[in-house]
Design a binder for this molecule. Structure first.
Ligand SMILES: Nc1ccn([C@H]2C[C@H](O)[C@@H](COP(=O)(O)OP(=O)(O)OP(=O)(O)O)O2)c(=O)n1
Length: 128
């Protein structure tokens, strides 16, 4: 996919927000990011896994010592929420890159896993 073509497909904005992007598209952007910097040599499965775990640590720091927080984070400053979004993204992006480098189709695997979970935990039994 050409760069211009991807920008047109991914960066469909409404009120300044990206409306829709697929895991495959994010994976393509990450591949391009690594290629442009000659960083593919660093993106081994082990390095990516360690990088992702490091980012999970940074994500955990945001919640550290805060106690339980309400859903939607109503009392958080915008800057805190923005920081949270960045750390969540770092975890997601390393996960997507790790899956890609391991030749795992993450969208397919995750969809299958949700289906498997539904069989393991049928809603009718849980509701009883
Ligand atoms: N070898 C690398 C280094 C970085 N990244 C990308 C993936 C992450 O989304 C982001 C991580 O960048 P940093 O290591 O600078 O981490 P932070 O953004 O969390 O910065 P800091 O640790 O200073 O808060 O950059 C990457 O793909 N490959």
């Amino acid at each position: 996919m050409e760069r211009g073509e991807r920008e047109e497909r991914v960066v469909v904005k409404g009120e300044g927000k990206v409306m829709d992007v697929s895991l495959k598209e994010l994976s393509g952007m990450l591949e391009e990011f690594a290629k442009e910097r000659d960083w593919e040599k660093y993106h081994s499965p082990r390095n990516l896994l360690l990088a992702m775990v490091g980012e999970v640590g940074e994500l955990s720091e945001i919640f550290m010592w805060k106690g339980e927080v309400a859903r939607g984070l109503p009392n958080w400053k915008e800057s805190e929420k923005e920081h949270l979004g960045e750390e969540l993204s770092d975890v997601l992006l390393y996960l997507i890159r790790l899956a890609d480098i391991c030749d795992i189709d993450l969208a397919d695997a995750a969809t299958r896993k949700i289906e498997k979970n539904a069989v393991k935990y049928p809603a009718t039994i849980i509701r009883e």
